[in-house]
Ligand binder design. Structure first.
Ligand code: 13P
Length: 244
């Protein structure tokens, strides 16, 4: 049985005090990872200790340790009490030139350090318009995570986030999202078998909010959401969780 999940991604929002205030408001929400900036991790993880909320980093380094000024390793993330890391977000791919190979290494290091990975995939607008979304997500999976062992795969959650829907108010329709989620699950089945595919949690992200969440989450292959803007307001995030 796969886990239904609604995860938050705060991106580069909220200073430490604001982040602590938001986490405090969310404390009673069940089983939801929240992705926070690096500097919030230790404080928020301590605050949420004993609650069912898990803390996620939004990135980690592609090297184990050493002379990489300003980077934060998977081991450091784990040592804060965080349990997840979001990797492959389109903003990292687009603005920080994260390649398939770099992401494969980040995923490897995250798993080796005992973190679970929320791995993001999704096409840009031009690719959707050209009908290339399936080949894009296939290449992203093959390039960074399909080299994992079946055992490692158990710690991967996928998030399909069409780039054209992120922060734009343009949500994929439930039919569009379901179609590609089912395709993604079929790729996982080809690679890791039907049972593993059935157990894989695939989240939808991209302008998912308290109004459209229920309809999206009702689709058979959409197992929850990865929420950006609406995760910054406790009331909205809690309403999305309730729609799961
Ligand atoms: P929005 O919910 O703000 O569109 O962001 C989605 C996202 O990128 C989550 O990772």
């Amino acid at each position: 049985m796969r886990t239904k999940m609604v995860a938050g991604n705060w991106k580069m929002n909220k200073n430490l005090q604001e982040g602590v205030a938001l986490a405090t408001e969310l404390k009673e929400a069940v089983k939801n990872p929240i992705g926070t900036p690096f500097i919030h991790l230790a404080t928020v993880a301590e605050l949420l200790k004993g609650s069912a909320i898990k803390v996620a980093a939004e990135n980690c380094a592609d090297h184990e340790k050493g002379a990489y000024t300003g980077e934060v390793s998977a081991e450091m993330v784990k040592s804060t009490g965080a349990e997840y890391v979001i990797l492959g977000h389109s903003e990292r791919r687009q603005y920080y030139a994260e390649s398939y190979e770099m992401l494969a290494e980040k995923v490897r290091l995250a798993l080796a350090n005992g973190l679970k990975v929320i791995f993001c995939i999704g096409e840009v607008k031009e690719e959707r318009e050209a009908g290339k979304q399936n080949e894009v997500v296939k290449a992203q999976l093959e390039g960074s995570v399909f080299g994992l062992s079946a055992e490692e795969w158990k710690n991967i959650t996928l998030a399909y986030e069409p780039v054209w829907a992120i922060g734009t108010g343009l949500t994929a329709t439930p039919a569009q999202a379901e179609e590609i989620h089912a395709y993604i699950r079929s790729l996982v089945a080809e690679k890791y078998g039907k049972e593993a595919a059935e157990d894989t949690t695939i989240l939808y992200g991209g302008s998912c909010n308290e109004k459209n969440a229920a309809e999206l989450f009702a689709c058979p292959d959409i197992d929850g959401g990865l929420i950006g803007g609406a995760a910054l307001v406790a009331e909205k995030f809690l309403a999305i969780i309730a729609a799961r």
